[in-house]
Design a protein around this ligand. Structure first.
Ligand SMILES: [Cu+2]
Length: 189
């Protein structure tokens, strides 16, 4: 299955094109690539996350962002594909609040980190270096691209301000405010 929609656009990445190119080669597992263009709360573009779903299951996640404070940052898939702010009945605005809570396809109700039996959307902390770059690539078998209840397409990825301790105490592992967000959708060049 090849669902990529590649639109020639600004900032075409040779690396991304190479990933998509694998799908066209005979004898390889089919891959399906989606992306989230990550912005901070002011709308400034910080980078991109790519999600390569393999037809044998699971997702390869690649993050490449810049402009964040150095240190560890909680990283999660959130359930809704919207990075809009959300205003509650008291008028308090939560940046990226429309993304909802952590994606929890198994209905566990627990935040237990990337190796736990909680939210499938709990990902490993993102390490941001002294220059403000956060780059990582990892695989998770707990999510998918366009396959069943673990499908992440049409959801969002959020980078939080603080380190995630991978427990429910404090809530969401203490990862704090929503610092950056990207809606998971089509890959643009
Ligand atoms: Cu989160």
């Amino acid at each position: 299955m090849q669902m990529n929609r590649i639109v020639p656009a600004l900032g075409a990445s040779a690396a991304l094109v190479a990933v998509v190119g694998l799908a066209a080669q005979p004898g390889r597992a089919a891959v399906t690539t989606y992306a989230a263009y990550i912005q901070d709360a002011s709308g400034k573009q910080l980078g991109v996350a790519t999600f390569v779903g393999v037809d044998t299951g699971g997702v390869q996640v690649r993050i490449d962002v810049t402009g964040l404070p150095p240190g560890l940052h909680g990283l999660h898939i959130h359930e809704n594909g919207s990075c809009n702010p959300l205003r509650d009945t008291t008028g308090k605005v939560t940046p990226f609040g429309a993304a909802g809570g952590h994606f929890d396809p198994q209905g566990t109700g627990h935040h237990l980190g990337p190796d736990g039996a909680g939210h499938g959307g709990d990902l490993p902390n993102l390490v941001v270096d002294e220059a403000g770059h956060g780059r990582t690539t990892f695989y998770t078998s707990r999510l998918s691209v366009l396959s069943g209840p673990t499908d992440i397409v049409g959801r969002s990825i959020i980078i939080h301000a603080n380190e995630d301790n991978y427990t429910d105490t404090p809530p969401n592992g203490g990862s704090g405010v929503r610092e950056a967000c990207g809606e998971i959708g089509a890959l643009h060049g």
